[in-house]
Design a protein around this ligand. Sequence first.
Ligand code: AR6
Length: 279
Amino acid sequence: MADAVTNRISVVEGDITQQHVDAIVNAANTTLLGSGGVDGAIHRAAGPDLLEECRALGGCQTGEAKITKGYRLPARYVVHTVGPVWNGGRKGEDELLASCYRKSLELAESQEVKTIAFPAISTGAYGFPLARAILIAVKTVTEHLTRSPSITQAVFVCHNDRAFRMYLDALAEVAGEPANAPGKREREAGDADRDRGDAYAAIREQIDGQLKMIEAVHGIRIVNCDALADTLARAAGDRTQASRATAALNSWVVINNIRGEIEIPDDMIARILEQTTKK
Ligand code: AR6
């Protein structure tokens, strides 16, 4: 996968209703009238005007998507999509789930959305196995972004550490980078320095992109961004470790409700570095 696409996809742990992106995606049902789970959380955060607009849409079929305004949400739009109910895996669930991601992206692009956040559609009340759903999500979004340049950031928002790791595994798999892949060690010794420089540049680019995304999503400015990116890029051995580092930072920003300008303190950087190199 091209680095440019990798840098346009990120994973954060948190609440999708709090994301400062152009559009968030809702895992709705065919009535579009709100219910529990992420759907309920989005309706509660957006306020009653969202339900009123949804009533006028006449529902939505499984695998399709419809768009509304975001009302009281930080996001300007909500893309409502209806994931498949898991029924054993032989009723077209995989294709329908992929269709949710594709249609959501197409609809968002039609409104000139640049940044979009997805929950793990169908993996709650609808019972889709989490790892399988996450791999479909990551593959479909990656394929779409490879073809279409207009979305600059797609964010997968997950609720827990287990899902977070699954997203990282899926991103590594789709990028064709199985953890601990052999290869470089077998090349000429003279390539080693250049390889190290290339690896730093690629990881640094990824970290710069993810730090920018954290700033944009939370509406903050990290004053020691450059030094932080350099420290993290030097410590991270691969893309998965780099993502783990920026995810640790993201969680810290969320938990501490950071606002405005922030200088990331040294003790926090030390903790992030621990996360970075964790196996
Ligand atoms: N932010 C991010 N992710 C969340 C949030 C949140 N605030 N809340 C839950 N999740 P679900 P589904 C995760 O059940 O399986 C509704 O009642 C959650 O951990 O919300 O597509 C609709 O009206 C899970 O991984 O959606 C439908 O009737 C994921 O979001 C039905 O549920 C999706 O869980 C749709 O079921």
